[in-house]
Ligand binder design. Structure first.
Ligand code: NDP
Length: 298
């Protein structure tokens, strides 16, 4: 079997277009422009690239974008002051603090300071807790963007996920844990694996849905994949190719896994583009909630 490719780039483009339509309707009907503030501390080149891309896509969707840049030596109190100002700013519906922060700043304290209603990254303890406790049905609070994007791709590819055996490799607060919670809500039977898991290949081979989020280049081999499984590869690692040029690879050995799986996300062009699209989705929904509207169905 050669797997079909789950085209996250195309899906993300469609999602961004649907968000832009809803933004236009919100402006026309309610006079409200969703606003996203991005806070960048320091000059990490990768973070600068991400922030530029987020800002461009925010404007393309018709939203207001607010960039706040602080120097690498900014004090934690300075970052907290910016967050608190944004919490009070009625034009701002979503606040994203670009991670990682410089080592002298406790990201947990910064994230905890963001108003949960504006926490469009879904990383605060309040929103992570809501994800655990919320009943089945539409999510009426922000959920971490990358796992939300993975879930959208899975539902688009498979329809119902009910009853599927799912294995999530990775247990980070950013990806693995919220991913597992989202899959439980979809009635999957979920196993979360990590660096201490025994017989990871054998565990993965039982998965109808395999999500890899470790950052270990091509760790998941083709014979770890159950025939007919759906594989979501979150990992992004830059490695030197045979020609000496740098290239991006995921956590899954793509060519071998593709011969076994039913459907698989490529790297790049799979999960990556979904993250910013879901950030815009979360900002739109936060703006709607701020005036008492329910979630737009996108
Ligand atoms: P973290 O480093 O926070 O977490 C990695 C997880 O993988 C940990 O739970 C770790 O286990 C587990 N792990 C590491 N090595 C192994 C191993 N050999 N076997 C099994 N499990 C292992 O990473 P993130 O969750 O933040 O990110 C994961 C990957 O996803 C990275 O490549 C990152 O770049 C990418 N990413 C992509 C995004 C996108 O937009 N596409 C967005 C966010 C992340 P333990 O807990 O035991 O240490």
């Amino acid at each position: 079997m050669t797997a079909s490719i789950i085209d996250g780039k195309a899906f993300a483009e469609g999602l961004r277009a649907r968000v832009a339509r809803e933004v236009a309707a919100l402006k026309a009907e309610k006079g409200l422009t969703p606003g996203l503030a991005v806070v960048l501390v320091g000059d990490d080149p990768a973070s600068q690239v991400y922030v530029r891309s987020k800002t461009r896509q925010t404007h393309d969707a018709g939203m207001a974008g607010f960039d706040h840049r602080l120097p690498a030596n900014a004090a934690e109190a300075d970052v907290l002051a910016v967050v608190e100002r944004l919490n009070r700013d009625a034009a701002v519906h979503g606040i994203l603090v670009q991670l990682p922060l410089p080592a002298h700043i406790a990201s947990s304290r910064i994230i905890a300071a963001i108003d949960p209603a504006k926490d469009v990254d879904g990383l605060s303890a309040v929103n992570a807790g809501r994800l655990v406790q919320a009943p089945a049905g539409p999510l009426d609070f922000p959920v971490a963007c990358t796992p939300l994007g993975c879930l959208m791709l899975l539902k688009d590819s498979l329809g119902s996920l009910s009853g599927a055996d799912a294995v999530v490799v990775g247990r980070s607060v950013l990806v693995g844990k919220p991913m597992a919670q989202l899959l439980v809500r979809e009635d999957c039977t979920v196993t979360m694996a990590h660096s201490r898991t025994r017989d990871l290949p054998g565990l993965c081979r039982r998965a109808d849905i395999l999500v890899a989020a470790t950052g270990r280049a091509e760790m998941v081999k083709g014979d770890w994949v159950k025939p007919g499984a759906t594989v979501i590869d979150v990992g992004i690692t830059r490695i030197a190719g045979a020609d000496g040029k740098q290239r991006l690879v995921g956590d899954v050995a793509f060519a071998a896994a593709r011969e076994v799986a039913r459907a698989i996300t490529p790297v790049p062009g799979g999960v990556g583009p979904m993250t910013v699209a879901c950030l815009l989705h979360n900002t739109l929904q936060a703006a709607r909630r701020s005036i008492g509207l329910g979630p737009a169905v996108l």
